[in-house]
Design a protein around this ligand. Sequence first.
Ligand SMILES: C[C@](O)(CO)[C@H](O)COP(=O)(O)OP(=O)(O)OC[C@H]1O[C@@H](n2ccc(N)nc2=O)[C@H](O)[C@@H]1O
Ligand SMILES: Nc1ncnc2c1ncn2[C@@H]1O[C@H](COP(=O)(O)OP(=O)(O)OP(=O)(O)O)[C@@H](O)[C@H]1O
Length: 311
Amino acid sequence: MTRTVRAKAPAKVNLQLTVGPRRADGYHPLVTVFQALDLWEVVEATPRTDGRITLAVDVAAGSPIDASRVPLDETNLAWKAADLLARTFGIADGVDLRIVKGVPVAGGMAGGSADAAAALVACAEAWDTGATRGELTALAARLGADVPFSLHGHTAVGMGRGDELTPAMSHGEFHWVLATQRAGLSTPDVFAEYDRRIESGEQAVSDLDIDGPIMRALMAGDAVALGESLLNDLEGPALALMPRLEEVLDAAEAAEACGAIVSGSGPTVAALARSRQHALAIAAHLKASKTCDAVVTASGPATGTLLLDSQ
Ligand SMILES: C[C@](O)(CO)[C@H](O)COP(=O)(O)OP(=O)(O)OC[C@H]1O[C@@H](n2ccc(N)nc2=O)[C@H](O)[C@@H]1O
Ligand SMILES: Nc1ncnc2c1ncn2[C@@H]1O[C@H](COP(=O)(O)OP(=O)(O)OP(=O)(O)O)[C@@H](O)[C@H]1O
């Protein structure tokens, strides 16, 4: 009997994103601190016997996410993940994949990477590959720089392309407000703008060090100190490509957020609150500011990719 296996994977925010100069392979060396948030992508995998992969995409009920920009072909990261897993483990079966999106598309929150991670876990189980966590992590790194963290979750330092992870200590729960834009920003475009700014001297190259104040604020569970320490070398490039984001950051400051930052390559702005209550107040202020298209609250650190029920 065919069974459907489901897995869910979290969104992320980068608390620190320090970028070094472009390497010969086009990638940039990073030091980043990831925190997983409790916004989830769910992937369902139902095996088929003809070797084909099919894909459908839905949006979580009540979510403002626009799924129309998600590709439905072999360029989708969930598709790539299923295909890579099948080739690695010599699986001749195919799979019907269904993604239920809960993370904004092209928002700098690793929604596509979460789909890849959830597809790896769901297909590994549905096809009964016996793949270990280590084997899935190695495949994740081949799919994209953010995919290993989508599997891992919690709080972690990422080095290399961002895919060499070390778990980080963190205490308590942090409350976030995420201000999203209907238009996305392309990650390669934001890195290319970073390169242009470095070449022109508009932006200096940072030292690739783990930020002490961020690590201390995480260990203390101190949202005020963490908010003051948030760092993102891609924020200047993202603001240059989407100047409206400056107004979102100003609105978050006016709402007395502990701190606010462009998430990863943007354009989502993540504002840190002192409490759940404070997050709701900031969310109301950001909505009223009309500087963004949607506002959601989330908390972290959340777990990594989890297998859900099978039917
Ligand atoms: C901005 C971040 O989200 C921060 O976590 C990541 O660095 C991006 O991770 P990602 O979207 O999984 O990235 P990939 O799919 O591997 O790469 C997309 C593109 O981003 C750029 N890229 C990505 C990671 C990295 N360390 N250096 C880069 O220059 C490259 O142009 C690459 O072609
Ligand atoms: N499963 C997927 N979900 C969303 N986008 C996908 C997916 N697979 C491929 N894409 C393509 O990748 C682009 C970036 O999507 P995604 O939502 O992962 O961006 P992101 O959150 O900014 O990523 P990151 O933070 O990892 O840089 C989309 O515009 C889309 O064309």
